[in-house]
Design a protein. Structure first.
Length: 254
């Protein structure tokens, strides 16, 4: 308030009660969080259903998520990946990594439950599961009509068996033609698979699993990612040892 000379003589304020707006905003945030948690649980359950046909359990998927989290944290410290490893990228990778073998639902039991090493013909059938999974997730992305974590899941499902030197399947991609998300999951999936006992193989020790990944450096695996893996191998071992059948949980985002 000003006087006749334009000098300030007082201030008049009008208060507005915003408590209702704050309450509505809090409810909206809680609803969005519940939707995300429901999505995570649904995706994990779907992936677990596919894995259960191949004598896997939720433990495999749970470990994959934790491996991806610490792998991304290490890559974030490298100049090459610092800008790529956004919170969004990491959260999408953690959420979608469990979908890597979703295509196994399309394989017959005679392949998934085979008690011995595959014949060449059986191996060709097994090699179709990235196509089944990638195609199913691609259809979901198209139906959604927008990019989402399912887009990353599609890339992981399609390409996690591709090799850095081009000798992998199903498309024979090589080097950085393979999406980064799939190159990361390729390493963590192989590490976990080697550490797991199957009908046709014993479980490798941590040392043996690391040696196999080193052997694949520049051939099966991205050499820079192998170097990053070796920097955090002790953390991988801790995760492997920590998550027992009595301790299964869905890792929340980042």
């Amino acid at each position: 308030m000003l006087d006749d000379q334009g000098e300030v003589r007082g201030i008049l304020g009008v208060g507005q009660d915003v408590s209702e707006q704050v309450r509505l905003n809090e409810e909206l945030l809680e609803s969005l969080q519940l939707i995300k948690q429901t999505q995570d649980a649904s995706i994990f359950s779907l992936a677990k259903l596919a894995e259960s046909r191949d004598e896997e359990t939720g433990l495999h998927l749970n470990r994959i998520q934790h491996y991806c989290r610490i792998f991304c944290a290490r890559l974030r410290m490298r100049d090459k990946y610092r800008e790529v490893m956004t919170s969004g990228f990491i959260e999408d990778l953690i959420r979608s990594s469990v979908l890597h073998d979703i295509g196994k639902v399309g394989l017959p039991d005679s392949i998934l439950l085979c008690p011995y090493r595959f014949s060449p013909e059986e191996y060709e059938i097994m090699k179709q599961h990235p196509i089944f999974g990638g195609k199913a997730l691609d259809d979901a992305v198209k139906k959604l009509g927008a990019e989402s974590f399912l887009s990353m899941g599609r890339d992981i499902a399609y390409f996690h068996h591709e090799h850095w030197d081009g000798s992998g399947y199903p498309f024979g991609r090589e080097g950085e033609e393979i999406p980064l998300s799939a190159r990361i999951v390729a390493i963590v999936d192989v590490y976990d698979a080697l550490n797991t006992q199957r009908r046709y193989k014993r479980a490798f020790s941590h040392r043996e699993a690391c040696a196999a990944i080193i052997e694949g450096k520049g051939k099966q695996f991205d050499p820079e990612l192998v170097d990053a893996f070796l920097e955090i191998e002790d953390e991988f071992l801790s995760i492997r040892d920590k998550f027992s059948p009595e301790d299964v949980s869905i890792l929340p985002g980042t």
